[in-house]
Design a protein around this ligand. Structure first.
Ligand SMILES: Nc1ncnc2c1ncn2[C@@H]1O[C@H](COP(=O)(O)OP(=O)(O)OP(=O)(O)O)[C@@H](O)[C@H]1O
Ligand SMILES: [Mg+2]
Length: 341
């Protein structure tokens, strides 16, 4: 009974992380009294990972080569072709945090109107099921039945062959099932697009077995000057940015080693400054205004004005990137050794 309660608790925790709304579940136990996953759990699992993506290629600044490569893979998969022309089933994206890996996967799905499966390895590797590899099978079954599908697997470095113990065992099984899916042995209808995009911040932790299944290993670097400018324009797209010196801002972003996420934070901060300047009446009296009901708030409108250079440079002074020069050198190094597009 105690085990039952603990398992229920674990399920609740896991399902929160996975954004699962658990269906009616059948609890089964093996002869050791351990809980086993049931058909009911598994069939819901793949579906629970589906997310709606409205992101398109236009929402991504820079990353031209990566975008082109993913587009090419999708186009080749979609067109009629001789049997020996086989599009890639998986692409590995590696690079510093916040450089657009998740965004790329979402854009691939959004532009294609494909089903987007957003998977974190830590959720799959939960010891609770003890049979995580079945989750991979369930995931790809759902992906095939909802094709065209983009399967995005984040934290890809956490499945590895070399880890010891129980977690290592689960990890190895997950990996071999995943590699079998990528090899396509179980893919009976190969004309249905199921593209796996795997992402990692620590490519050096990947095993050779994994690397060999991903001949396309693509670096998502920090944005260069032009890409920084594009990302700022995307982030501030419906505001007046006519007074900004984009040349200068682009240089500052590069000098600060900003990722797309850092630039997003800079833009949020700059917008915040602009809103304070444009709405002194609201922010001076915020205690009072915060007491209004939501319906009352809805009757008022925030004023907006031009985003100034001071808004941007003030924000840049406040936003610090977590990416160090030494880390960047490591990515470059790995890219030279193993990167391949
Ligand atoms: N190239 C880009 N163009 C436009 N926006 C970007 C770009 N890169 C990052 N961003 C912004 O930063 C946010 C975070 O990017 P994303 O989540 O894709 O990074 P990531 O590479 O997946 O990071 P992590 O490795 O931490 O998971 C995005 O939601 C987007 O707002
Ligand atoms: Mg991500």
């Amino acid at each position: 009974m105690k085990a039952h309660v603990e398992n229920a608790k674990k399920w609740e925790e896991i399902s929160k992380g996975m954004k699962i709304v658990p269906k009616k579940r059948i609890i089964e136990r093996n002869d050791k009294g351990e809980r086993e996953s049931t058909e009911d759990d598994l069939s819901g699992f793949g579906e629970s990972l589906i997310e709606k993506s409205t992101v398109t290629w236009k929402d991504i600044g820079g990353l031209y080569e990566v975008k082109a490569l993913i587009m090419e893979t999708i186009v080749i998969a979609g067109l009629n072709k001789p049997e020996s022309v086989k599009p890639d089933k998986g692409i590995l994206l590696f690079g510093p945090p916040g450089t657009g890996k998740t965004l790329l996967a979402a854009a691939a799905a959004g532009s294609l109107k494909a089903t987007f499966f957003n998977v974190k390895i830590s959720n799959i590797l939960s010891k609770y099921f003890g049979e995580s590899s079945k989750l991979i099978t369930a995931l790809y079954e759902s992906a095939r039945s909802h094709a065209p599908s983009i399967v995005f697997i984040d934290e890809f470095d956490s499945i590895t062959l070399s880890r010891d113990g129980d977690q290592g065992e689960a990890s190895r099984k997950v990996l071999s099932t995943l590699l079998a899916e990528l090899d396509g042995f179980q893919d009976k209808k190969s004309d249905r697009l199921v593209l796996t995009l795997a992402a990692t911040n620590t490519p050096k932790d990947l095993d050779q077995a994994v690397l060999s299944r991903f001949p396309k290993r693509i670096y998502t670097p920090l944005p260069d000057k032009k890409s920084c400018q594009e990302i700022i324009k995307i982030q501030l797209k419906d505001l007046d940015i006519s007074s900004l010196d984009f040349g200068k801002i682009g240089e500052m972003c590069v000098a600060n080693r900003y990722s797309g996420r850092d630039i997003q934070n800079v833009c949020k901060d700059a917008i915040h400054s602009m809103l304070h300047r444009s709405n002194p009446d609201i922010f001076a009296d915020i205690d009072k205004i915060a007491e209004l009901s939501f319906d009352e708030l809805k009757k008022r409108t925030l004023k907006v004005s031009t985003i100034t250079m001071d808004d941007l440079t003030g924000a840049i002074a406040r936003v610090k990137t977590p990416v160090t020069a030494a880390k960047l050198a490591e990515y470059d190094d790995w890219n030279k050794k193993y990167g391949a597009g």
